[in-house]
Design a binder for this molecule. Sequence first.
Ligand code: MOS
Length: 736
Amino acid sequence: MLDKTTSNKEIGKALNRVDGRLKVTGQAQYSAEVKLPNLAYGVVVQSTIARGRIKDIDTSKAISSPDINVFSYAHRPQPLRKPGKSDNLFLFDDPIIRYHGQIIALVTADSLESAKRAASLLKISYEEQKGQTSLQLAMSNERHQLLVPKEEANSKRGDFSSAFKAAPIKISETYTTPVETHNPMEPFATTAVWQGSSLTVYDSTQAVFVTRDVLAETLGLPAKQVRVISRFIGGGFGCKLSVWSHVPLTAMAARDINRPLKLVLERAQMFGPVGFRPSTIQKLSIAADKNGQLKAINHEVVSETSSFAEFVETATVCAKSTYACDNVDTSQRILRLDIGKPTWMRAPGHATGSFAVESAMDELAVALGMDPLELRIKNFADKDPDSKLPWSSNVLRDCYRQGAERFGWKNRVAKPGSITREGQFVGMGMATSLHASWRNPASASVKLLSDGTALVQSGTQDIGTGTYTVMSQIAAEKLALPVSKVKFELGDTNMPPGPMSGGSTTALSVGPPVAMAALAAIKKLIEVAIEDKQSPLFGAKAEAVSADNGTLSLKDDKRKSETYGAILKRTKSKSLEARYDNTPGNEESKYSMSSFGAQFAEVEVDPDFGTVRVSRFVGAYSGGVILNPKTARSQMIGGIIFGISMALHEQTVTDHNLNCIINNNLAEYNLPVHADIANLEPFFVEEHDPIINTLGVKGIGELGITGAAAAIANAVYNATGKRIRDLPITLDKVMS
Ligand code: MOS
């Protein structure tokens, strides 16, 4: 087996990030940092009403010098774009205002300062109509109707109504989650450069190939004339999975002014026009028999969407897939509001849905007088309860056990308010986490060079998760080279295509083709060596040759050996290339693939102020083979902090009279700081999955947040006896 050629064990090492030095020394070039001659700067101007139309845009004061250009519906970039299919792109086709913050003009100038000044001098007048931005208010207004989405509408198994009626113990409550806005450190940034009719765009995107295809379609260009580059990304969390209006607008304006153009969204502009997690209203009914066996679940979810595009926050996923239960009804409904298009945000559906399901499980445990952990173990699903397929692997019970052990769950006292510490009420809560592991097609190439190094490429992204590092490790191990001899490159549509980096899919989708391309390269190298008369390996059988630390040698006679570089130096091209295009097999029709976790939170609640602090958080997760324990752990820490933030801090606040977001800055959009984060202890439970892919790797990124907010809410209940079903858990709700 080629797989066994190597003794360079790199997979599973806690390697530091290979791109870490570039980042901390400022050498990593982000999309806004591309240096280009004759660069122009763009700024966007946003609507200040939520609904209506633009009457007039007066540019007379704004255009004070020849370098200044103002693009809007009244002056569209030339040549015009081809009408696109994307439902979230508004490229100045009409004067209609669909939400507060819609991008209605793009101003370009020689400098950022003059572009900003010119933008401030635009005089825009509107014909305003009354808008609606509140899901709660709209629900009570007949003019607004709940819509059945095209996808993810209803699901049903068994007979919920009869089972619920017959069950002795039941809970029926409503849980709500607010709008949340993605706030990656790096805002959106696009730099567009034309060379004739070919376009290069440096863009902060989680999906270079999606961005390329949307640009090509929108601009009426063949895909091969568009190149998208995204080498470093300062976080995305889902908002950068979509292409938003400012990206094609930058490309169109650059073509019109015949100069490279750079556009960076300001922090405030991240709130509204580039996606957000929609608010949800979730009615959850759950019933069990006296022993705690689940009998019936009904989950009805309403989430908001925009007037122009459907987005469904698929929160019913947890009710369907987490526990063994025969009678489950779910429904998703959406309501159109005068808001921007919502989008995926870290563990979409799972983060919001698990808050309802895992809170309700805790309430059910209280009603049963049962330990919440025991209730979950009792209802463990030994196959996928929705599809009925066997799991490719599932060590959730080990996660429960090991997590409880490390957390000290046995010290919990069921009666709320039983434990105090230095004047604070102490509470403990837990929740289940699960996330599907989806596999996407992906390609990779490997080039062995005569200096003994390898260049490995795939058009994937590193959104901060560690793609550069883990792919370097996989390639190095399969090439039998130290990591220092391997260069992994990504984020460029000139490379073999990679999928979007979302849904915790990158490692498990891109890892296999990287491994296979590396193995194919070594196979080719062995063929070259055994056919080369000058090689000590000449005439050997391929199976008799092994690769180790950059050297090929005969397995039976290690003295007969030659380095990769020496072999390649005698070839005409001085290098050798292999590529692998991977399409996952049909395992998904036979198995259900997910990763799992058990979340344990301890909180301290101040009896006088109602302030909540997460004093400890233990997460036990399963993710198959862990490629790098350090970067994997960092992802879980990030996920848990996201969960703490969801539980206690984050909400996008809209003034529903003005229909505008009022906390569009990092001072008033509360995010946890170091002082809010105490002891986080994520760890991985051993798991082997021979089905998911050749490496046994599952997705882990979104496990950390899933269930985390419920674990904290459940801990708040245990500390105070107060059940808070509306996120975030702020002190007013604790005190009321
Ligand atoms: Mo994530 S919402 O899959 O970037």
